[in-house]
Write a protein that binds this ligand. Sequence first.
Ligand code: AHR
Length: 494
Amino acid sequence: KPLRIDVFPSAPIADVSPLIFSGFIEHLGRCIYGGILPSTRTTFPYTPRNPCPQDQFVETPKELLTAEGFRKDVLEVIRDELKVPMMRWPGGNYVSSYHWEDGVGPKEQRKRRPELAWGFEESNEFGTDEFIAWCRQARCEPYICLNMGTGTLAEALHWVEYCNGTGDTYYANLRRRNAGRDEPHNVKYWGLGNEVWGPWQVGQQTAPDYAEKARRWAHAIKLIDPSVKLVACGETGLDQWDSTVLDVLVDKVDLHSIHLYTGFGPRDRSQQEKEYGRSVYGPDAAEYSLEIARGLINKARVAKQIQKPIKIAFDEWGVWDETVGTAENGLEQFYNFADALAMASWLNVFVRQSDLVDIACLAQSVNVISPLITSPTGVLKQTLYYPLYLFSNYMRGGTAVKVQIDSPVFTGETLPAWISSIKGPPRHLDVSAVLHGGTSLRIAEVEVHELWHPDVKVRNGWGKDEVTVRSSKSSWKSEWTFKEHSFTLLVLDI
Ligand code: AHR
């Protein structure tokens, strides 16, 4: 029996925020050193925790770098192909023991520090001014996460003053000296800590303790710069932590963050057959998290009579099998075609939830659980790259509209199973729709962009692009045949 998709152009959800295509770079593995800057110590496939023998180290040639020393290839893919509009930095777990003053000023005077989150050493060669310089080149809005682990409020205020101060004050002048320009860095988005709830975090706190502290910080930060947007540290959107934090912070912050990854592999490797379901249908649980977070936000707004909407910053999302991408290998993971389908489903979720999700930062943008893997001289586009490319290029700048799907459901195991058992199983067909321009339905022509491979386990390798987009044109049909386990993006020229 044919399945049915109904798209309702006259039922808008909200404009799709361009910031749902944002990224994240953390001082972890080869993300910064090897991805943003060339590595000076280790060469693919080695990582800081597993360094390469001296005689195997390959330097990145100078002509592959910008005048500032950034990798041109990564910068170009992020700016010109994926069109990433915002970048979150410096962590992640890393930020919870990061002291920003270690990373500014003359490079030869910067302190080399032990790194506590991932167990390596940090040279501090890449700090605030380098991040801003990179963002300018990449045309990304900077989004800085504050250290609420070992950091103090005074330090955070100094960081905001350093970035945004326009007066004749110490840290604003320090920035002018270091960056060699008068204009402020103008960092609008600031995160109030990272995963402060996690036992792995340096400086883990309870929800009430964190919420009270973040309230004090938010108040003070808005005194230094009332124009900033503050992001509260949430958990997965449906946890008690989210509820407590929202109740206390709803009147002090602009966004509430969520972190969720799909694709966590079974620890028992004999269960690998279940990977397809866990990976591809995992984002369904993320949508449920968002629906619950929406309720928690509105509950907190009603209690405090807050008119202004609080949006979600899904500031870490992605596909990560933590038994494969480990601290030892710098969280470098090779993705298969099924993972690309999961990626498409994740992006469908953000489009469908456009009225709630303002920011989504893919974790991470290069090398670390990323669509992009670098060698000293090139970039490998993993399977994940392609759905991201299609969504970022075709689904932004429009209005998400309601879609109704009639489809059988997936009855296998998904992750986390307990969520599925309450929510109900995910459907085989997963669809989102964006309307650009008017609502006329005279369809002239259809561009068809298809992502498919007969083997869901196939991966892209160096010089071996097994998975790429196949694009063609078609006239309009009311019946379409989609290949099994495929992703198709239809652009209707109306
Ligand atoms: O993205 C990798 C890690 O995942 C981040 O450092 C942390 O915030 C999350 O647990």
